[in-house]
Design a protein around this ligand. Structure first.
Ligand SMILES: Cc1cc2nc3c(=O)[nH]c(=O)nc-3n(C[C@H](O)[C@H](O)[C@H](O)COP(=O)(O)OP(=O)(O)OC[C@H]3O[C@@H](n4cnc5c(N)ncnc54)[C@H](O)[C@@H]3O)c2cc1C
Length: 334
């Protein structure tokens, strides 16, 4: 705690112009609209200020938690009084590279990315246009929908390692993308700074029509009118979580302000004043009931905070090209 207070003071001194909210309610920063205050929430305006914040935290033996759009999180009602969060919301660079690939910083929303691809006549990200997360959060979890996954479009990712403060460029084959997981989700301590997307030329009208069709499907099937964090559980192999939950008779099941959506049983929604405990208890009940009824163990897709790691756990030996902002300087695989 003492280290955290010292780190906050040091960050303020080093970056006086940066937005740094203290004791900020998480409910204002996540799509569930749930969660007590986080001790510090910084929003650096550039990759270099973000790196500076991480370096100050490291000097105080602390690791940041990275916040994207907050659309996959369940923060606790009690708050996160011992956490320093860094939001990527201000990392918004988005442009075409000379070779036609798209460069996007971590804070760019997936919908903005998909629409930029459409504007430039590039296809392959239509599936992502309705996913409410950011490029960083999307790469972290390999976000996907309607048969598409980010892994199919990502060419490379640049990350900052919290442990050694190095910048690394990982080509897609080293990102270990799998179903709702990646190298980044299995190695805490990676801050995704940007990604390059390689897409195919396509017909703009066809791309727009595909995005409209998928977004219409999403609107008609998902409870977008209520706060949630998307699918509550991962898809178990050979099943659909929503179908198992519905078959277990849990559609509409409610704990406090949390409810298994009436529209789509795979979603837990906040029907008004839900606490994190309501959601947690509801999810545990769903998990136990589905297991009893079908023998299938559901795994949460929603990330339940606080994170269960400490700085000393964070020594990912990042396998990739160690780079400076201007280009590769050293290959860490040696
Ligand atoms: C209505 C709704 C519909 C959804 N539909 C889909 C869907 O179709 N498909 C799907 O895959 N998901 C879906 N989601 C879930 C969510 O949008 C995705 O998981 C998304 O990728 C989360 O991105 P985010 O920026 O909101 O991440 P956050 O929720 O802010 O964070 C999620 C995790 O990513 C980490 N993270 C975020 N940014 C970075 C970064 N730059 N570097 C390192 N770690 C980072 C965080 O630390 C955290 O552990 C849906 C959510 C909602 C609310």
């Amino acid at each position: 705690m003492e280290n955290l207070e010292k780190a906050i003071a040091a960050v303020k001194e080093a970056l006086p112009g940066m937005s740094l909210l203290e004791n900020e309610p998480m409910a204002a920063h996540c799509s569930f609209r749930i969660g007590g205050p986080v001790r510090a929430l910084a929003a650096p305006e550039s990759v270099s200020s973000l790196a500076k914040v991480c370096s100050i935290l490291k000097d105080h033996e602390l690791a940041p938690f990275i916040l994207g759009n907050g659309t996959n999180l369940l923060p606790p009602d009690e708050g996160l009084g011992e956490l320093f969060m860094i939001s990527t919301e201000k990392l918004q660079k988005l442009f075409l590279l000379p070779d036609g690939a798209i460069y996007a910083e971590a804070g760019v929303s997936l919908s903005k990315l998909a629409s930029f691809a459409w504007q430039n006549g590039l296809k392959g990200l239509e599936f992502a246009s309705g996913i409410p997360g950011s490029v960083g959060g999307g790469c972290f979890i390999n976000a996907g929908a309607y048969g598409g996954e980010l892994k199919d479009a990502v060419e490379s990712v640049v990350l900052l390692s919290v442990q050694d403060q190095g910048l690394y460029e990982l080509p897609t084959e080293k990102c270990a993308f799998g179903y709702r997981k990646s190298y980044f989700s299995t190695h805490p301590g990676c801050v995704i700074l940007s990604a390059v997307f390689r897409l195919q030329p396509g017909d703009k009208d066809e791309i727009a029509a595909k995005m409209r069709e998928l977004n219409e499907k999403r609107r008609s099937k998902q409870p977008l009118e209520l706060p949630s964090a998307g699918s509550a559980f991962k898809r178990p192999e050979g099943h659909f979580a929503g179908a198992l939950i519905e078959q277990a008779g849990l559609k509409g099941y409610t704990v406090g302000g949390a409810q298994v959506s009436e529209k789509h049983a795979g979603f837990v929604v906040n029907v008004g004043g839900a606490t994190s405990h309501d959601v947690y208890d509801l999810m545990m009940h769903v998990r136990n009931t589905v297991y009893r009824e079908s023998g299938v163990q559901l795994e949460p897709e929603i990330i339940i905070l606080p994170p269960d790691y400490k700085l000393e756990d964070k020594g990912p030996k990042v396998r990739g090209n160690r780079i400076t902002v201007n280009g590769p300087i050293e290959n860490s695989e040696k």
